[in-house]
Write a protein that binds this ligand. Structure first.
Ligand code: NAD
Ligand code: TYD
Length: 352
């Protein structure tokens, strides 16, 4: 079958990537969507079971830190665009093991940039979309919002590695003329998120009546966005964003951790038919995360005014949908926490 357009999505078996791949495969039957993923602990093909046989979808298991493999891939496949999400994504892991973040987030990104630069030399209509985080801007005080002009001030190994990759993507645009766009998004939540991040971890712990470890005083603030809203924003920016530009993505949806945790506890009490207040009793204040950023909040005005994107879901509704999804998908949760999916899919895709 002939397709009009071929997009390489990296990290498509992960949390955000899987929602994006599903959206692209279903919305653009005339596009070929190639998902490149190494299937680390955070990625598994179960997230894409419903579309794995779609005629416009291909999965390739591979590591973006492998420069030879990436170059070969770009010379064999004629990609029109790249949407780059593959990354090490968890701040706590970046504190215990920074090197894997340097390798995947920085070296892996440069491998993709080099391959795209070579493959696209003298060709028009290409686009390298780098998906990044608001954490590159550092931390806010009680007031103010991150805009696209906010100076970078990354403070964790994770955000420093993402900031580095953002700078490199822009450098390839300015130095070599590579057509790029960058987005910086706030905290995502929803189905398929690995249960090490705050909300899925706490849902898992509440279900199993285990303690809920709240870092520090719990008054840290995050700006939460429903994961499908991130996917629709990426779709809009990929198709309509201005070459070389950056777009902030956020839900105007700020919550102090302790407030969102209280809300989650109450939702879970209802869903599990437990006495009101029983999940809140699991809250345990623990030692703070080193270098913990106090507050993130995004100004997404540019994306709204220039490209017409707005988020679709409010947190109360999104939280309920998220909690229900994890309770209804116990097998998914058990398999990712035990490593069963990783073992199964790694074996299945051992010879790429
Ligand atoms: P995730 O950890 O759930 O998924 C990452 C995916 O990348 C996994 O499928 C993993 O297997 C794959 N991967 C990791 N290393 C790889 C490698 N070397 N080669 C190929 N594939 C590899 O992450 P996520 O939360 O879906 O985040 C996706 C992207 O969005 C990241 O770049 C992240 O920085 C960014 N982002 C995330 C959030 C958030 O709240 N989760 C917010 C803003 C931006
Ligand atoms: P997290 O989901 O790790 O995302 P990020 O650090 O990228 O914002 O954490 C969200 C917030 O929740 C952050 O302020 C740290 C806090 N947190 C806890 O209090 N306890 C936990 O067990 C985790 C994982 C996070």
């Amino acid at each position: 079958m002939n397709f009009d357009h071929k997009i390489l999505v990296t990290g498509g078996a992960g949390f955000i990537g899987s929602h994006l791949v599903r959206l692209l495969v279903n919305k653009y039957p005339n596009y070929s969507i190639v998902n490149l993923d190494e299937l680390t602990y955070a990625g598994n093909m179960e997230n894409l079971k419903d579309i794995e046989n779609a005629s416009n979808y291909t999965f390739i298991k591979g590591d973006i830190t492998d420069a030879d493999f990436i170059h070969e891939l770009f010379s064999v496949q004629q990609f029109d665009g790249v949407i780059h999400l593959a990354a090490e994504s968890h701040v706590d892991r970046s504190i215990s093991n920074p090197m894997s973040f340097i390798m995947t987030n920085i070296v892996g990104t440069v491998n993709l940039l080099n391959a795209a630069k070579k493959a696209w030399e003298g060709k028009d209509g290409k686009r390298f979309f780098h998906v990044s985080t608001d954490e590159v801007y550092g931390t806010l005080g009680e007031t103010g919002l991150f805009t696209e002009e906010t100076a970078y001030d990354p403070r964790s190994p994770y955000s420093a590695s993402k900031a580095s990759s953002d700078h490199l993507v822009r450098a390839y645009h300015h130095t070599f003329g590579l057509p790029i766009v960058v987005s910086n998004c706030s905290n995502n939540y929803g189905p398929n998120q690995f249960p090490e991040k705050l909300l899925p971890l706490f849902i898992h712990n509440i279900k199993n009546e285990k303690p809920l470890p709240v870092y520090g005083d719990g008054k840290y603030t995050r700006d939460w966005l429903w994961v499908m809203d991130h996917a629709t924003a990426i779709d809009v920016i990929y198709h309509k964003g201005k070459n070389g530009d950056t777009y902030n993505i956020g839900g105007h949806n700020e919550w102090k951790n302790i407030d969102i945790i209280h809300q989650l506890c109450d939702v879970m009490d209802d869903l599990l038919d437990r006495a009101k207040g029983s999940s809140r009793e699991l809250i345990t204040f623990v030692k703070d995360r080193p270098g913990h950023d106090r507050r993130y909040a995004i100004d997404a005005t540019k994306l709204k005014d220039e490209l017409g994107w707005v988020p679709s879901l409010q947190m109360e509704e999104g939280l309920l949908k998220t909690a229900k999804w994890y309770l209804e998908n116990e097998e998914w949760l058990d398999n990712v926490t035990s490593g069963n999916y990783q073992k199964y899919y790694k074996e299945q895709y051992a010879n790429r």
